[in-house]
Write a protein that binds this ligand. Structure first.
Ligand code: FES
Length: 146
């Protein structure tokens, strides 16, 4: 009789330990992944190394307010700005700038990678443009320009 109770108690403790271990094992990496995947809260500065944005190239960051992907570009040496990756036609993601243009694979719109202006429809409005400021070796994503 006593042995039976002890076995039940041990069994219960075993289950508890097992579930604690399992949840610790699961939660730690998940919490980390969640932290890095979550968009930064609004107001958090978004910074990228200037070296990662060569002339004609781009670096992708996230708008902390909307979570949308943004391309930071340097169309001419020392001239930085950024464009939303959300196509103004129907909201598809435009490709990273290439040959001075941002191309939308959904319906073929093309945007100027220096100004965001529409080069080829069906989009009719330019890509939203962000201000970018350089400080030392870092580029800071500024607010959307009106
Ligand atoms: Fe980009 Fe239609 S959504 S061209």
């Amino acid at each position: 009789m006593d042995g039976g109770i002890a076995a039940v108690a041990l069994g219960g403790a075993g289950l508890l330990t097992g579930s604690l271990t399992a949840s610790f094992g699961r939660d730690r990496p998940t919490a980390k992944a969640r932290q890095s995947a979550a968009p930064a809260p609004a107001g958090t500065p978004v910074t990228v190394a200037a070296a990662s944005v060569p002339v004609g190239g781009s670096a992708q960051v996230k708008d902390p307010a909307s979570g949308d992907a943004v391309y930071v570009v340097q169309p001419k040496a020392g001239q930085y700005c950024a464009f939303s990756s959300v196509c103004t036609h129907s909201g598809c993601a435009v490709d990273a700038p290439k040959d001075g243009q941002l191309y939308c694979p959904c319906h073929g719109s093309r945007f100027d990678a220096a100004t965001g202006a529409v080069l080829n429809g069906p989009a009719t409005r330019p890509l939203p443009k962000y201000r970018v400021t350089k400080e030392g070796d870092s580029l800071h994503l500024g607010p959307l320009e009106g």
